[in-house]
Write a protein that binds this ligand. Structure first.
Ligand code: A3P
Length: 309
């Protein structure tokens, strides 16, 4: 497979059009041979740094509304998000279910999950297992404009490197790699387009969300999401779900200030930063903006999809 260095000692391999870390390739093979989708599975999918944490939190709260309604016994009123980081509530299946370096059997994790199973993946559509593609399960894809996605990833990487002996990760280097597509799970636009085209074929199974639209019109977007996953919400519940999943609330919860996501050792607090649209303006030169916009425009041409910023 074509290989390229990514930030010091990490290597990415291009497989079926996408740049993956070696452990992801192993997971994809494992998942393809062993994973059995259930028709009521809810799969959240995203390119890294496009709103994964928010989407996980929203879905956890939406499903919780429903179960609270069914079984309001006045017991422990603390919601799941106040007890666990969103990434520990909804596991990323190529790293937290499969691809673990402990001896826990993925099938044991999956069979212990309540129905409907809520899972997440960063994998491109191409690499999803056939079992999932052929099942009737629901896929919710969230995307975000490439400039903010890159800036978010760069801050995230800088935070992770702070405690390691890796050197700083210059923004310009990150920018050049991103533009060339040689980025973990990249190219970003291809990741988006695969799910976009699949959504056009199977709109009843795939929902497409944009981070920017969620920021602009959260109530409408959350209603749409809840109905899509089969849990339509009352007006008052929409407010509750939005508050419970809000960045301001989550970043101040004790559970997110300390600790790390189980197998990957990523600090819980590294998933919460500014959460705004347009932070790229603080990092991009005019030339950088023009160049990436042009790359994106060329990729998306004729697809019927566009980013708002
Ligand atoms: P910024 O770095 O631009 O602030 P992911 O969850 O896919 O890793 O993406 C992380 C980005 O989503 C970060 O963006 C983070 O601040 C933002 N984010 C995390 N939780 C959020 C929430 N509950 N609401 C809105 N944005 C959130």
């Amino acid at each position: 497979l074509p290989k390229q260095q990514f930030w010091e000692n990490n290597y990415l391999y291009k497989w079926k059009g996408f740049w993956l870390f070696p452990n992801m390739i192993k997971s994809v093979l494992d998942i393809q041979s062993h994973f059995k989708a259930c028709s009521d599975d809810i799969i959240l999918a995203s390119f890294p740094k496009t709103g994964t944490t928010w989407l996980k939190a929203l879905c956890v709260s939406i499903l919780e509304c429903q179960s609270k309604g069914d079984d309001d016994n006045g017991g422990d009123q603390k919601d799941d998000l106040s007890k666990k980081n969103p990434h520990s509530c909804v596991l990323t299946f190529e790293s937290e279910v499969y691809g673990r370096d402990d001896s826990i059997n993925p099938e044991d994790i999956l069979s212990g999950m309540p129905s409907p199973r809520l899972l997440h993946t960063h994998l491109p559509y191409t690499h999803l297992p056939d079992s999932m593609k052929k099942s009737n399960c629901k896929i919710v894809y969230i995307t975000r404009n490439p400039k903010d996605t890159l800036v978010s990833f760069w801050h995230f990487a800088a935070k992770l490197s702070a405690g390691s002996n890796r050197g700083p990760y210059p923004f310009e280097k990150a920018y050049n790699e991103f533009c060339k597509g040689g980025y973990p799970l990249g190219p970003h636009s291809d990741h988006v387009l695969e799910y976009w085209y699949e959504k056009s074929k199977r709109p009843e199974n795939i929902l497409f969300l944009k981070y920017e639209e969620l920021k602009k019109d959260p109530k409408e977007q959350v209603k749409k999401l809840a109905s899509f996953i089969g849990r339509p919400l009352k007006e008052i519940e929409v407010e509750e779900v939005l508050w419970k999943s809000s960045l301001d609330r989550l970043k101040d919860l004790e559970v997110n200030k300390h600790g790390a996501v189980l197998t990957s050792n990523i600090p819980n607090n590294s998933f919460f930063r500014k959460g705004v649209v347009g932070d790229w303006k603080n990092h991009f030169t005019e030339e950088m903006k023009k160049n990436l916009d042009e790359i994106t425009r060329t990729k998306l041409e004729g697809s019927g999809f566009d980013f708002d910023v």
